[in-house]
Design a protein. Structure first.
Length: 360
C-alpha cells in the first residue's frame, strides 16, 4: 500500500476546512496545511487535525503557495485539495481502494474535478486534474492565478471525483492578479489570455472579455481545448450583449478547433435559433446534443447539462411551439429524469398532460 501526504493552502476557511478534512483524514497518512494569512479560526481548526501547520506570506501567486505546501510532504504520493473541496462517500471508498492497489511505478493519477453541481446533485462542470502525484518527481506548480501542475511520465486516469462545494466567491480577486501582471509588463501566454477572458466574463466585462478571447484564438500556440472554449465563451459574451449574429458566428468558429460537434456548442446553437423562433433548426441542434457521448478521458471542460436535461427541456419548448405536444411531453419526461423536482418541468408535465387529454 502506498502512503499519501495531503497538502493544502488555506486562508480564512473556517467555514469549510473541517468539512473537507473529515472526508479524507482517515485515508491519507499525513496532513500538511500552509496558511497564507488567516485572521479567522482556520489555523485553530487545522490544528485539530494535524500538528503540521505551516505559514507562508501571501505574495499574490497561487503556484508559489502550492509549491510551498508540497515542500512539507514526506510520503510517497501527494494529494492536494482546496478547503472547499470534499470527497463524497463513494469517492472516499474508491480512493482507499486505489491506495491499496496503486502500482508504485505510476507517477500521477488524474481524477475528475466536479467543479459545479446543481441542487439535484447533477454535475454541471467537470474536468480532469493530475490529483495524486509521486513526491520524488518534484512536480512544480506554474501560473500565478489559474495555476496548473506540470506533470509528465506514467499517468493513469481514474474515475474518482473531487467535488467542489464553494459557499462564497472571491469577486475581483483573480482579476486583480491579472491586473498586477499587466502592470508589471508580463508577457501573457495563450493560457493566460484564456483564463483572463474567463475572469472578465464572470465579472461582467463582456466586451473586454471578447477582446481577450480573440487574443487567445489568434495565437498559434496554446492548448486547442482552450481555443474551443474561448470561442464558446466569446459566444456567451455576445449573447449577454444581445448580438445574436456574432454569437452564432463564434459558436461555428468553435468547430474550427473542435473538429466535431460537442453538446456545449450544439445546445448553444439550438438556443440561438430558438430565441429567434426558428424552432426546426433549433430542434436539429438540440437533438444532436442529446446524441453525443462525452469521452470519460477528456481533460478539458465538460458541462453534462448540455447533453442531458437541458436540450430535452428546450426540445419540450420547441415542440410545444410547433403544437407537437406528444413529442414535447416525451422530452419533458426525459428532462425530469435528471431534475425530478424542477418546478418548471413539473409545470410543463401538468400543462402537457392536460393538452394531451384534451386532444385524445
Amino acid at each position: 500500500m502506498v502512503t499519501i501526504s495531503l497538502c493544502m493552502i488555506v486562508k480564512n476557511e473556517e467555514a469549510v476546512l473541517a468539512r473537507c478534512l473529515d472526508t479524507v483524514k482517515d485515508i491519507v497518512d499525513e496532513i500538511n496545511i500552509v496558511d497564507t494569512g488567516s485572521v479567522d479560526k482556520t489555523v485553530e481548526i487545522a490544528k485539530k487535525y494535524t500538528d503540521r501547520v505551516f505559514y507562508f506570506e501571501w505574495i499574490g501567486n497561487f503556484a508559489a503557495a502550492r509549491n510551498e505546501s508540497f515542500k512539507y510532504a514526506t510520503k510517497e504520493y501527494i494529494l492536494y485539495l482546496d478547503a472547499d473541496d470534499v470527497l463524497l462517500e463513494e469517492d472516499q471508498n474508491k480512493l482507499l481502494e486505489l491506495k491499496k492497489t496503486l502500482n508504485p511505478a505510476i507517477d500521477s493519477v488524474s481524477m475528475y474535478y466536479d467543479a459545479g453541481t446543481d441542487e439535484f446533485g447533477n454535475v454541471t462542470l467537470r474536468y480532469r486534474r493530475n490529483r495524486l502525484v509521486k513526491r520524488e518527481k518534484n512536480y512544480i506548480w506554474k501560473g500565478d492565478c489559474h495555476q496548473y501542475l506540470d506533470v509528465s511520465g506514467n499517468i493513469i486516469n481514474s474515475d474518482i471525483s473531487v467535488t467542489h462545494k464553494k459557499i462564497k466567491h472571491s469577486v475581483g480577486r483573480n482579476l486583480s492578479i491579472y491586473q498586477s501582471k499587466i502592470d508589471r509588463g508580463d508577457t501573457f501566454s495563450s493560457r493566460d489570455y484564456f483564463y483572463y477572458g474567463n475572469e472578465l466574463r464572470e465579472n461582467g466585462y463582456h466586451e473586454k472579455a471578447i477582446e481577450i478571447y480573440n487574443k487567445n484564438i489568434s495565437l498559434k500556440e496554446g492548448w486547442i481545448e482552450d481555443k474551443v472554449y474561448a470561442c464558446v465563451n466569446k459566444a456567451d459574451c455576445y449573447r449577454y450583449l444581445g448580438d445574436t449574429e456574432n454569437e452564432l458566428m463564434s459558436l461555428f468558429e468553435a468547430f474550427n478547433f473542435a473538429k466535431v460537434p460537442r453538446p456545449e456548442i450544439c445546445s448553444r446553437i439550438g438556443y440561438n435559433f430558438q430565441r429567434k423562433r426558428e424552432f426546426k433548426p433549433a430542434i436539429y441542434w438540440y437533438e444532436l446534443a442529446t446524441q453525443l457521448e462525452t469521452d470519460p478521458n477528456q481533460w478539458s471542460f465538460s458541462y453534462p447539462a448540455y447533453s442531458t436535461w437541458y436540450p430535452h427541456l428546450q426540445l419540450c419548448v420547441c415542440y410545444y411551439n410547433l403544437s407537437e405536444f406528444q413529442k414535447s411531453y416525451e422530452h419533458n419526461e426525459k428532462a425530469r429524469e435528471y431534475r425530478p423536482e424542477d418546478e418548471r418541468i413539473l409545470q410543463n408535465k401538468t400543462l402537457l398532460e392536460n393538452k394531451l387529454s384534451i386532444n385524445s
